[in-house]
Structure formats: C-alpha cells, structure tokens
Design a protein around this ligand. Structure first.
Ligand SMILES: [Zn+2]
Length: 77
C-alpha cells in the first residue's frame, strides 16, 4: 500500500507519509496537532455488562471514542 502525503487541513503543509501511516485518520501535521493540543478528544466509557441494579460487580472493558476537534485554519483564533 502506498501512502500519499496529504496537505494539512490547518496550515496546508504536506503531512509526512510516516505520520499518516501511524495515524491514518489524521488531517493535520504534527506541528498543528501540537499547537491545537491534539487533534482528537478521546472519551473513555466503562462498558456495562451487568443489568442496572445488579449488585454483581463486573469488570468490563472500556470503550474509547475519538472525536475530532473542530479545525480552524491557522491564524484564525
Ligand atoms: Zn499543519
């Protein structure tokens, strides 16, 4: 599979193929990701595997949900 560098959604610089390979869903370059404090907000939700009201403790896993932060062009606060 060939990875084609894509332009950053924020500053327009090309995102290196290595970054796209590491984070396929990325839309911004490393620098912009750092400047906006991370591209995604990650929500971690414990998975309930027992019925409500049950006293039985369960140790279900956690599901994570990534939400992409709104991207603004560089220079616009
Ligand atoms: Zn950028």
């Amino acid at each position: 599979m060939t990875i084609v560098p894509q332009p950053c959604a924020r500053c327009g610089e090309l995102i290196p193929a290595e970054r796209i390979e590491a984070v396929p869903e990325t839309m911004v370059c490393v620098q912009c990701s750092q400047e906006i404090g991370g591209e995604f907000k990650v929500f971690v939700t414990p998975e309930r595997t027992s019925k409500d009201g049950s006293l039985k403790k369960n140790y279900g896993g956690y599901s994570t949900r990534k939400v992409r932060k709104p991207l603004k062009p560089k220079g616009q606060a």
